[in-house]
Design a protein around this ligand. Structure first.
Ligand code: ATP
Ligand code: MG
Length: 500
């Protein structure tokens, strides 16, 4: 491209021809390079491309749309949270900064849902503010200097993130004066969707003032997921996952125009190799949602499967068997949750394994590599799939199984692996085995314990594990039931002189 190329020329090559870089050449010499990011920064941030109401506040008074939410705050939040929000405002006042709570917290408050993640934006220096707030709250603070952000670790379920919104000045072309954009406005404009782009001011003199520049309240009423500008997905394709997350979680609708932008972004091959770990982070959140299955269907509908799982069988569509497995995974997860056991498990693992259920483990391995999963997580997933697939094969082949055989087949699997097995079960017998194991075998023990073995004259050592397991298996098969029967079996199978 030559030095006199226009912005339109550059836009065409980068956006329409899907090229990431353009070398600028003059008299056969390389003069520079324009990247897609350069172009986007220019397009997204150039005041000529900003919506008019962002720039001319007086013509579009946003005050009209701002109202005071103090009442909503006090009637929906605990005293502890209100006091925290007030403290945030006071600390900011001391430093002379404006301060806001933004994003998901505001959205959920207006929907009357509890959200314990506080995203705070400071007009000023976020890090200085976060340090001072941490002092006042006696909390620990983690600072990320490079991004002007900080996280406060509080002594309860609350999480508080602080970000900095800087004042930015734009030279307007020709005769127009320099424009000063209020930084909270620009901060909100750069967010993902209108419903996530509201703020509530926390400074004492404006406490509870809702800030809504983009008609977000209306979109919330219309249950609409809408981007703030047309280049949103080009700017950050992970927002496609986020759109699906919010749509399915809140039972909202991605509006037609935004849907079209998603389809365009997918067509533009923005994902390329889809190797950004942030894609995985967003996918994981989707798979942890209560309504993960419709969200997975949506991912498929938008044509995202080939990017996420290029080697997946079946490649492009969700077929009947796949659908069944997803539904069974959902059923298994719900069933397990309703048992109210203490065991912690992660549903995203169950869904991820289910999605790759019919593919060889190499597909899972390459997924982990592509999205840079931690080695520990990779080996956990790979082990679980390998083990569960083997067990599924075994359970599917046999018609009648002794309890001890079920126990031995399932005992090495984690909760995620067990639920995955239920999801992939082709016969109701397999599901029954797993539920029998979970409900009545998993926590059973023999009547005799290690101490009893010692007092019976056995020397502690690795043999104890074998003995106790033998007793347990006999108990599961109902070969023994009383303590005496266990002792009899013990002396028969492990005569004292041999075990010592
Ligand atoms: P959740 O309740 O699931 O946490 P959330 O809206 O709080 O939903 P987060 O991922 O915690 O979502 O992000 C917090 C806020 O940061 C969002 O509300 C949004 O305004 C903004 N945000 C997050 N990710 C992006 C992104 N990729 N692009 C633009 N804005 C984003
Ligand atoms: Mg959040």
């Amino acid at each position: 491209m030559s030095l006199n190329a226009t912005l339109a020329d550059i836009q065409e090559i980068i956006i329409e021809n899907r090229q990431r870089l353009i070398p600028i050449v003059h008299e056969r010499e390389l003069r520079g390079i324009i990247t897609r990011t350069d172009l986007l920064n220019r397009l997204v941030n150039d005041p000529a491309n900003l919506p008019k109401n962002l720039l001319h506040e007086s013509e579009y008074p946003s005050l009209e749309r701002s109202r005071n939410l103090t009442h909503l705050l006090t009637s929906n939040l605990s005293k502890e949270v209100i006091i925290l929000l007030q403290t945030v405002g006071e600390v900011a006042d001391d430093l002379g900064f404006n301060v806001f709570v933004v994003g998901g917290f505001v959205r959920d408050l207006l929907l009357k849902k509890i959200n314990m993640d506080l995203d705070i934006v400071v007009e000023g220096d976020g890090i200085t503010f976060a340090r001072k707030l941490a002092d006042v709250l006696l909390a620990r603070v983690r600072v990320h200097e490079r991004f002007g952000t900080a996280t406060l670790v509080l002594n309860n379920e609350l999480k508080l993130d602080v970000a900095t919104a800087r004042l930015e000045y734009y030279e307007y072309p020709a005769a127009l004066p320099t424009v000063e954009l209020s930084s909270i406005k620009l901060d909100l404009y750069r967010r993902d969707f209108t419903v996530n782009a509201m703020a509530i001011q926390l400074n004492p003199s404006h406490f509870g003032k809702l800030i809504d520049f983009f008609n977000s309240q209306n979109d919330l009423k219309q249950v609409a997921i809408k981007v703030l500008h047309n280049l949103s997905f080009v700017d950050d394709p992970t927002r496609i996952f986020r759109a699906i997350r919010f749509e399915t979680r809140m039972d909202f609708n991605i509006v037609k125009h935004t849907e079209r932008l998603i389809r365009n972004a997918v067509k533009m091959n923005l994902f390329g190799k889809a190797d950004d770990p942030r894609f995985f982070t967003e996918l994981k959140i989707i798979l942890n949602e209560e309504h993960a299955v419709p969200a997975v269907r949506r991912l498929s509908e938008f044509g995202l499967f080939p990017y996420l799982w290029p080697d997946l069988e079946p490649h492009l569509n969700i077929d009947r068997r796949f659908n069944n497995c997803l539904n069974q995974a959902q059923k298994a997860i719900t069933w397990f949750k309703l048992l109210y056991l203490e065991d912690y498990f992660e549903s995203w693992i169950v869904y991820l394994l289910t999605i790759m259920g019919r593919s060889p483990v190499t597909v899972l391995k390459s997924f982990c590599t592509r999205f840079q999963l931690a080695p520990k997580m990779k080996s956990l997933l790979v082990n679980e799939k390998t083990q569960a697939d083997k067990t599924a094969h075994f359970l599917n082949r046999r018609v009648v199984l002794k309890n001890s055989e079920i126990y031995l087949a399932l005992n090495d699997l984690s909760i995620e692996g067990l639920l995955y097995l239920m999801a992939m079960a082709k016969k109701p017998e397999v599901e029954k085995c797993v539920s029998l194991y979970v409900i009545s075998m998993r926590t059973q023990q023999s009547l005799l314990n290690g101490d009893n073995l010692k007092s019976l004259g056995y020397q502690p050592g690795p043999i104890f594990k074998t003995i106790l397991e033998t007793l347990l298996l006999a108990r599961l098969d109902e070969a023994v039931s009383t303590r005496q029967e266990e002792i009899d079996l013990l002396t028969q199978k492990f005569p004292l002189d041999q075990s010592n």
